[in-house]
Ligand binder design. Structure first.
Ligand SMILES: [Zn+2]
Length: 945
């Protein structure tokens, strides 16, 4: 009987990897829920077969299994042995006839294949499908199931299917064994249930002195009942049932399973007795005698374990064990150790005997596979959960980009939770000082710079990780050569184990180190924690890098904001200045100069202190003050403020802004702009002219980018760095108390005004002008249409550029003087670039620039096309183009005198005028130009600076 039992165990364990199923489907069979329905139904059938305990389900199950294993099964009839020799079928109810082929198969105990049975042997209901002769593609199959112990047929199966292949035969042979075991078991159960019970389940059992066959039968029955209950998907409740079984069968006070972790490094325990632990407890596997159980696969008892291990057990159990039996459990599938089954305190103070060990081994023959597959399933579930947690963490981290400290704190909490660490610290690598800096410790942020914790970046465990960029998992801190005990000794904290991992940015550069200390639910950090840390560190790295970048930009904005505030403070316009400006009302333009509204007037001839009044006069003359109900004090304050908003480089100063604004006024007066643009657009153009170079530093856009200036940091991504700054400064002035000349505007008009100003000021970037030049030409060719929004927008850009370059439309002395100023400014930028180690462009390099050539080129390629376009749209603008062209001619004429590169040492181009004055005296120029140039006297030159 013992032999039979052993056989049944083998069959049981083979269910999960039966070659029948594997061959049948031509693929491996795994116990997984997502397999094909046919496979899972086979597994279900086999599982069912193994747990069948009654006759009717035995019959159904046999039919199911045969249909799965054999080809094209049409019908199955099952005859079970009743009494001593009656083989009886339930459906339809009849017995195997006393003679014939069926009876022969029973007598010979051999399988029979034939082309059908004589009708006389068959029941009415069978003859349709089994009568001889059957067609060639069908055959009748008679399978007797023989109990080797009793030496007789305990069941007979009759079926019709396709002829069997060799493989089918082999499969069937294996399946027969399963079927036989199942039938035997059901027979045994039937027999026992007919006998009166002598022992109830919980009654004390006589101590067993030897393992009898009868005991195993009894045990088999109990195990079957247990197996029938092991349907849980959750490993803990499964363990509860097995443990309960073990406690009863071994008469122990308490049992537990110490499960072997997948990496074979740990034992962990989830259930003790009837309690599911809130958090699983784990300890190192190679620790003491338990490790030896795993290695030698032999059982141990309490007297075998060390004092330390006893202490560990006591804390796990909650009581002092007086006796113990620890039995290795191997997986039926892989032969590997999967658990240690431990029973404690045999009732009645007795010792554990060999039969207890047998009971335990017997139990796991049946249950270990279910247990391991459930554990594997749970592990997969856990992984899935961890992945989701990780995604959540990533989401959390990215929402804290604005503050590195908060972000780091978040990282610490998440890292600690994910790995069950007692303490977590994050260090950022300071590349300058080559130190690791911890500003955030578990539980809080150190705001005080003095209290932040700094360690050399190449020392200790964190330093090692920062240097090598590799994760370090230290199982015993005190025995590690890199561990420094000093901190523990001074704080009383005991570091047991450490998981230290690098945090890298997107370029794989180490930017920090995270240190997890003391795993709380295990002896040390395991492989799983390492994998988690690696994945986690990638998220950390990216979010920290982004956060630092964000901080940088934020700081730049802050600095710029601060600088702005300081500038605004120093720019403050006093009430006295405002009152003084408005003291005697607004001066009519005619009083400033009779020719003030003529193209020939040179605004640079006006005294610097008269310019604010000049602006007010133009505002008044264009009707803006009336139309837009502009408060005079506000306007005066605004003008004074804008004037102060200009720095004092040679060219891009307030006088430039004033002359540009004046040219806008000239366009309004001379070209009837009102017919071409809306009122608000003209006002926007004029105010934009005033503001278009605010806070210019005498250096251009590429200089900002090359020198990585704050302005470039703020605006370089969008292009037109300086122009964006000029606009931002204009807004800053409008936002200053008492300076908003548009305060009475409707919300819509206000927005329109700011949008217009932005577009117009951005159009002063010559790069922008060159981009839209084709469109401008197209518009001029097609004819300007004031009703078209796109035409008005383009025209505003063209007018702005015309104003900006309007110095070229004045007389020779002006254009010559302007060249002086511009090149003075250019060359000083070139000098700065040289000092920075960069090579300036030719026109900025005082050693290379040949001014006449540069000027001619500028006029031919930039200035003249602009005024040509203007002339095409406004015929009255012809004189402007002519004067620019004349100035270009003059440059060509004087170029022979220009033998040097750069500027003369006195920065003056006066020497170029001798010839001009000669020509002038010969009456080569008309009256207008004569008068205009008369305005550009020495005084005027001074103001230009
Ligand atoms: Zn300008």
């Amino acid at each position: 009987m013992g032999q039979a039992c052993g056989h049944s165990l083998l069959c049981r364990s083979q269910q999960y990897r039966t070659p029948v199923a594997a061959e049948l489907r031509g693929q491996q069979v795994f116990l997984r829920a997502d397999d094909t329905p046919a496979l899972s139904s086979l597994q279900d059938a086999l599982l069912q077969l193994a747990s069948v305990v009654d006759v009717s389900s035995l019959q159904t199950t046999i039919k199911d299994v045969l249909r799965v294993v054999l080809p094209n099964v049409e019908c199955v009839f099952v005859y079970l042995l009743e009494a001593e020799s009656r083989l009886r079928c339930e459906d339809p109810p009849h017995e195997v006839p006393p003679e014939g082929k069926l009876r022969d198969a029973v007598k010979q105990q051999k399988r029979l294949q034939c082309s059908g049975l004589p009708s006389a042997e068959l029941h009415q209901k069978q003859s349709g499908s089994l009568s001889t002769p059957l067609p060639a593609h069908k055959q009748a199959l008679v399978i007797p199931l023989v109990d080797g112990d009793e030496g007789k047929v305990i069941a007979l199966i009759l079926l019709c299917c396709k002829p069997l292949t060799e493989q089918d035969e082999q499969n069937l042979t294996i399946l027969e064994k399963h079927l036989t075991v199942a039938c035997k078991r059901v027979r045994d159960i039937q027999r026992c249930s007919k006998r009166p019970h002598t022992q109830s389940h919980n009654a004390p059992v006589e101590p067993k002195t030897s393992v009898q066959a009868e005991d195993y039968r009894e045990l088999d029955r109990k195990i079957l009942r247990l197996c029938g209950e092991l349907y849980d998907l959750d490993a803990a409740s499964l363990q509860l049932k097995v443990i309960n079984y073990l406690q009863t069968e071994t008469q122990s006070q308490c049992c537990c399973l110490l499960l072997v972790s997948e990496d074979n490094h740990q034992l962990f325990c989830q259930v003790v007795g009837d309690k599911v632990l809130e958090e699983e407890i784990s300890f190192p596997l190679m620790f003491g005698r338990f490790g030896q159980v795993v290695e030698t696969k032999t059982s141990i008892r309490l007297q075998d374990v060390s004092q330390e291990e006893r202490g560990l057990l006591s804390s796990l159990l909650g009581f002092e064990p007086s006796s113990m039996l620890c039995v290795p459990v191997t997986s039926q599938a892989t032969g590997q150790m999967v658990a240690l089954a431990c029973t404690f305190n045999k009732l009645g103070g007795q010792r554990y005997m060999e039969e207890d060990e047998h009971v335990i081994q017997h139990c796991f023959c049946y249950t270990s596979t279910v247990l391991t597959s459930t554990l594997a399933f749970q592990k997969e579930q856990k992984l899935k959960f961890e992945c989701q947690a990780l995604l959540q963490v990533a989401k959390n981290l990215f929402t804290h980009l604005d503050d590195v400290s908060v972000l780091l704190q978040e990282i610490i909490i998440e890292a600690r939770n994910l790995s069950n660490a007692e303490i977590c610290s994050v260090f950022l690598l300071d590349h300058f000082s080559h130190e690791l800096v911890a500003k955030v410790f578990d539980g809080g942020v150190v705001n005080d710079d003095e209290k932040e914790f700094r360690i050399p970046a190449d020392q200790g465990i964190a330093g090692h990780v920062a240097t090598t960029g590799k994760i370090l998992n230290i199982k015993d801190a005190y025995s590690h050569p890199l561990f420094y005990r000093g901190v523990d000794d001074s704080t009383g904290f005991r570091t047991r184990n450490i998981l230290c991992f690098p945090i890298k940015d997107e370029n794989e550069e180490v930017i920090g180190v995270a240190e997890l200390v003391n795993k709380t639910n295990g002896p040390w950090f395991n492989r799983f924690d390492e994998d988690l840390a690696t994945a986690f560190s990638i998220y950390c790295g990216i979010s920290i890098a982004h956060s630092l970048l964000y901080k940088k930009v934020h700081e730049a904005q802050f600095r710029s904001h601060l600088a702005n505030e300081m500038m605004m403070y120093h720019m403050k316009v006093s009430e006295e200045e405002v009152t003084k400006l408005l003291h005697s009302g607004i001066e009519p333009v005619q009083k400033i100069h009779p020719d003030f509204s003529e193209f020939t007037y040179t605004p640079r001839s006006l005294m610097d202190d008269s310019t604010p009044m000049g602006i007010l006069s133009m505002f008044e003359d264009m009707g803006f003050i009336n139309t837009y109900k502009i408060n005079l004090h506000t306007l005066a304050r605004f003008c004074l403020m804008v004037k102060k908003g200009y720095r004092d480089p040679p060219y891009h100063n307030w006088m430039h802004a004033f002359s540009v604004s004046h040219f806008c006024y000239l366009l309004y007066k001379n070209l009837q702009l009102s017919n071409y643009l809306e009122d608000i657009e003209i006002l926007a153009l004029f105010v934009s002219c005033m503001c278009h170079d605010l806070d210019h530093r005498g250096t251009n856009n590429s200089f900002q980018v090359d020198s990585q200036s704050v302005l470039a940091a703020l605006y370089s991504s969008e292009g037109s760095v300086m122009e964006r700054h000029h606009f931002a400064q204009a807004i800053a002035i409008l936002n200053t108390q008492g300076c908003n000349i548009f305060e009475k505007f409707s919300r819509k008009d206000y927005q329109r005004m700011l949008d217009l100003m932005r577009d117009i000021i951005l159009a002063t970037d010559l790069a922008h002008h060159l981009r839209i030049f084709k469109d401008l030409q197209k518009m001029a060719d097609a004819g300007y249409n004031p009703k078209r929004q796109s035409h008005r927008s383009l025209l505003l850009c063209l007018l702005m550029t015309s104003c900006d370059l309007s110095d070229q439309t004045k007389g020779w002395k002006t254009t010559r003087k302007i060249a002086e100023l511009i090149y003075k400014e250019f060359f000083s930028q070139g000098d700065l670039e040289k000092a920075m180690g960069n090579r300036p462009s030719e026109m900025m390099d005082r050693e290379k620039a040949y001014i006449p050539e540069l000027q001619i080129s500028f006029m031919e390629h930039i200035a003249m096309p602009i005024y040509k376009l203007l002339q095409e749209i406004f015929p009255r603008a012809a004189e402007l183009y002519e004067r620019v062209a004349a100035n270009r001619e003059q440059w060509a004429k004087v170029s022979h005198k220009f033998t040097i590169r750069g500027l003369p040492s006195n920065n003056s181009l006066d020497f170029l005028d001798e010839e001009f004055e000669l020509l002038q005296s010969q009456g080569a120029f008309g009256d207008d130009s004569h008068r205009m140039n008369g305005c550009l006297d020495d005084d005027c030159d001074k103001h230009g600076q």
